[in-house]
Design a protein. Structure first.
Lengths: 243, 376
């Protein structure tokens, strides 16, 4: 009898210890970059049999809606910048000194990330998550979340998302699918190390299912978690003004 | 000054060479070769730009030394494309000096921008000279920016095989830009000496699936194209941009309300033919297509660009067609970046269409623009 009660209690405790899918997703997203952050980033675009393309940039994010990225290297691309405000993305072209609205499906910086991957800052806002199970990925016990797009405005209809169960909520892997169920690409989050105030995954690699061997890695170089950003940093005027 | 401090101050230096080659001919706009053009006229330019910033201040200089060959009177000219000081904070900035005023959502035409020479719709990638101006931007919120500009307005377009004089007038403009329901909404009022005010409205928004659309329109009284007409005119650029992966496709329609229809065009050509070559009347008529935003009333611009070989190569094809007269100018282009510091661009210019169309009447039969830039 005692064993039965203990079993029931353990099962209940286990269920209580498992957060719901929305909570897991929100915590996972915040585990990489918090509510506000200023960071520097190196993007490496690898294409089979072609020279690597390396771009460095500075970025700022505030909440789920506001993001700004400015290229700092190489010299020929310095000044190129992207701004995100809610559903809207603009690009600043330094040669033409012009701000242009761009779509979500443009490849960010010529790599495997789309603008929406970089700037659609909240998966929780755009997808309905469900807890699909538990799996081990790269030796880490993970929750598997199935994310279903809330509407057709997002780039992917379905996302499979693995999050570490060890209390860190670090995302480990994400797979992106079309509406027909075809896997388009997958993201691996690795190189957990202390950057800024805490440890987090610092290397995000996107690989394309359509182009074998092609991949793009975003590597955080610095992160400032303590920055307090004014909303007006995220205007097209500020985009044009430069740093 | 220490090396570290210098590095903080000096952000970017670029040096470049631009060569514009024009294959020219005697046409109605260059009767008896009054412009003195050689068969192959050339502009050779050395360019330099410096962009430095420290704290809230930024200094920008872009200059050019230009030598003309085959233009009758070959000459060397030094010009400043931009030279300004900008001081700003999170709420906005103030910028004084020669600068570009690049507002407007239009790609090839910006009818709400009457402060600087119109950009060349045949090749929007060419760098342009700015105007002397004092500009202030103030953003009270993340969704609103008020811009006020006082400028010494210039109207002469650049990069032409024809040396045009530019009338400089005092002018100014105010632009209120808002983000409303995911739509860029901007209202413009622009004034200039000896001209009635221009009122502009600019709308742009994303439509999803990689597509954006825009409409930029201006309403003003009094024509810019000869002959003077005290009517109210509308100019409007409406278009869309589709981006996916490494490619971008842009389409834009431009309506120039004061542009010539068949009757006005016939009258202009008759005046051009009747005027003696060596006369102010002829030169004025020959300069007419360059005095506004084109001679015709309706144009279509299409451009396609694609990045290949991991960003090292870029391909582009642009076309501008005059719906009014059937003329088309193709501008194919290629760019190459052998390293992170060097870019090489080559753009062709090929006017096609009926012999009496706007682009074929011009003395340019073809062109090649080559640019090399090294950035540090």
């Amino acid at each position: 009898m005692c064993e039965v009660l203990l079993g029931v209690w353990l099962a209940a405790a286990s269920a209580a210890a498992t957060p719901d899918a929305v909570t897991i997703l929100e915590k996972a997203e915040r585990s990489v970059l918090g509510e506000q952050a200023a960071y520097t980033l190196r993007m490496t675009v690898v294409r089979p049999k072609k020279p690597e393309r390396v771009v460095e940039m500075k970025g700022w994010k505030k909440g789920d809606a506001l993001g700004l990225v400015r290229y700092t290297s190489p010299p020929k691309e310095r000044g190129t910048a992207y701004l995100r405000n809610g559903e809207n993305t603009w690009m600043f072209l330094p040669a033409a000194e012009k701000v242009v609205r761009v779509g979500d499906k443009q490849n960010f910086g010529g790599g495997d990330f789309q603008n929406s991957d970089i700037f659609r800052l909240s998966l929780a806002a755009d997808y309905d998550p469900t807890l699909a199970g538990e799996e081990t990925v790269d030796g880490e016990a993970c929750w598997l979340l199935e994310l279903k797009a809330k509407d057709r405005s997002v780039a992917y209809d379905r996302v499979r998302y693995w999050v570490r169960r060890d209390g860190t909520y670090f995302p480990v892997r994400a797979e992106y699918y079309t509406i027909s169920g075809k896997k388009l690409k997958w993201l691996t989050l690795a190189a957990v190390e202390k950057l800024g105030r805490r440890a987090r995954p610092t290397a995000l690699t996107m690989e394309s299912a359509l182009d074998a061997g092609a991949h793009t890695t975003l590597r955080f170089l610095t992160i400032d978690d303590d920055v307090k950003l004014d909303d007006r940093l995220f205007t097209t005027s500020a985009l044009e003004r430069g740093e | 000054m220490t090396a570290g401090a210098a590095a903080l101050l000096l952000a970017q230096v670029s040096l470049g060479v631009e060569h514009l080659h024009f294959r020219t001919a005697e046409t109605e706009l260059n009767r008896d070769n009054v412009l003195g053009l050689s068969e192959g006229a050339n502009l050779l330019r050395g360019t330099a730009s410096v962009r430095a910033s420290r704290g809230a201040a930024r200094v920008v200089f872009r200059g050019v030394a230009e030598r003309r060959f085959g233009f009758g009177e070959d000459e060397t000219e030094l010009a400043v494309r931009e030279a300004y000081l900008q001081v700003g904070g999170v709420a906005g900035f103030v910028r004084g000096g020669r600068q570009r005023v690049t507002w407007g959502s239009g790609f090839a035409w910006n009818p709400t921008n009457r402060l600087e020479p119109p950009k060349n719709p045949l090749n929007t990638g060419l760098e342009q000279k700015g105007v002397l101006a004092l500009r202030g931007d103030w953003s009270p919120t993340k969704a609103a920016t008020l811009t006020v500009v006082a400028a010494r307005v210039e109207t002469r377009p650049g990069d032409l095989p024809i040396a045009l004089t530019s009338a400089k007038k005092n002018g100014g403009a105010g632009r209120l830009a808002l983000l409303v329901a995911n739509t860029d909404v901007a209202a413009v009022v622009s004034v200039r000496q000896e001209r009635s005010p221009l009122f502009g409205l600019d709308l742009a928004r994303g439509l999803g699936a990689g597509l954006t659309a825009h409409v930029e329109a201006a309403l003003y009284r009094g024509s810019e194209l000869a002959p003077p007409r005290q009517e109210t005119f509308v100019r409007m650029a409406a278009g869309a941009l589709y981006t996916r992966g490494e490619s971008a496709l842009a389409l834009e329609y431009f309506h120039n309300g004061e542009g010539y229809g068949d009757r006005e065009r016939a009258a202009w050509r008759a005046a051009l033919k009747a005027a003696p070559v060596i006369s102010l009347a002829y030169l004025a008529a020959a300069a007419t297509p360059y005095s506004g935003l084109g001679l015709g009333r309706d144009y279509v611009h299409v451009s396609w660009t694609r990045s290949v070989a991991n960003g090292r190569w870029g391909l582009s094809m642009r076309a501008v067609a005059s719906v009014t007269d059937g003329g088309v100018t193709l501008t194919p282009g290629v760019s190459y970046a052998p390293s992170g510091r060097v870019t090489v661009n080559a753009d062709g210019l090929l006017p096609l269409g009926p012999a009496d169309s706007e682009y074929r009447l011009a003395p340019v039969r073809g062109g090649l623009v080559t640019r090399v830039k090294v950035s540090y």
